[in-house]
Design a protein around this ligand. Structure first.
Ligand code: PEP
Length: 249
């Protein structure tokens, strides 16, 4: 049985006091589903949030990392640094990193290698732009993103990889892929994995959907057989909405 996961990406939101308010609100919520719950605060608040959820079933994860272990990379954070404060999982390849910070598939492959070398779990994000979907090129784009960043890995590496399909046109726009569009793409992703690594690997990898998931659409999206959870942006900043989504399983 694949892991069901709901991960909240807080992005560059919430200073220290605001983060404490969100922590307190989240701690007051009750989980009724068995999904794994994760939250990804900004770097400055990672340790605060990690400490706060130490005895809770909420994993605190990072939004990004650099591929180098240490060195002259001003402003960057390494896997070793994340591990040293207890962080075991990192989001890589978010479309905002790709679009605003020029993260290419080749760079992401290096980050993937660095995270795995440090025994970290990866939530690897990818997804097509609106123009790709309009020109019916969305599957080719997604296939290429996955292949370039991940297909140099051996099958065993996929134990530590979660995939997150996030159509760029649905992120932060209020526009959601229909449950059918999500299912079709997730099935395609699983087939792509199966062609390269076999059915066992393909059937064991959790594939999350991300893109304007809200309490009112989560249940239908999560009901699709190849959708194993969600990567949540905006709705993760509100404890009620986030836990409504967590409990939609
Ligand atoms: C995201 O940034 O990964 C995301 C899915 O954002 P939102 O839920 O706000 O669309």
């Amino acid at each position: 049985m694949r892991k069901q996961i709901v991960a909240g990406n807080w992005k560059m939101n919430n200073d220290l006091p605001e983060t404490q308010l969100l922590i307190d609100a989240l701690k007051a919520k009750k989980q009724t589903s068995t999904a794994e719950v994760m939250v990804a605060p900004t770097f400055t608040n990672l340790y605060q949030v990690f400490e706060a959820f130490k005895t809770y079933a909420v994993e605190v994860i990072a939004q990004n990392m650099h591929f180098a272990e240490n060195g002259a990379y001003t402003g960057e954070i390494s896997a070793k640094m994340l591990k040293s404060i207890g962080i075991e999982t990192v989001i890589l390849g978010h479309s905002e990193r790709r679009a605003y910070f020029n993260e290419t598939d080749e760079l992401l492959a290096k980050k993937v290698d660095a995270a795995l070398a440090n025994d970290m779990r990866i939530i690897f994000c990818f997804g097509e732009e609106l123009a790709d979907r309009k020109s019916n090129n969305h599957e080719a784009v997604v296939e290429s993103q996955i292949k370039k960043a991940l297909f140099h890995l051996d099958a065993a590496a996929f134990k530590n990889i979660v995939l997150a399909y996030e159509p760029v046109w649905a992120i932060g726009t209020g526009e959601t892929a229909s449950p059918e569009q999500a299912q079709d793409m997730h099935a395609f992703i699983r087939k792509t994995l199966a062609n390269q690594y076999g059915d066992d690997v393909a059937n064991s990898v959790s594939i999350l959907y991300g893109g304007s998931v809200k309490p009112n659409n989560a249940k239908e999206i999560f009901s699709k057989p190849d959708v194993d959870g969600g990567l949540i942006g905006g709705a993760a900043l509100n404890a009620d909405d986030f836990f409504d989504i967590v409990n939609a399983f």
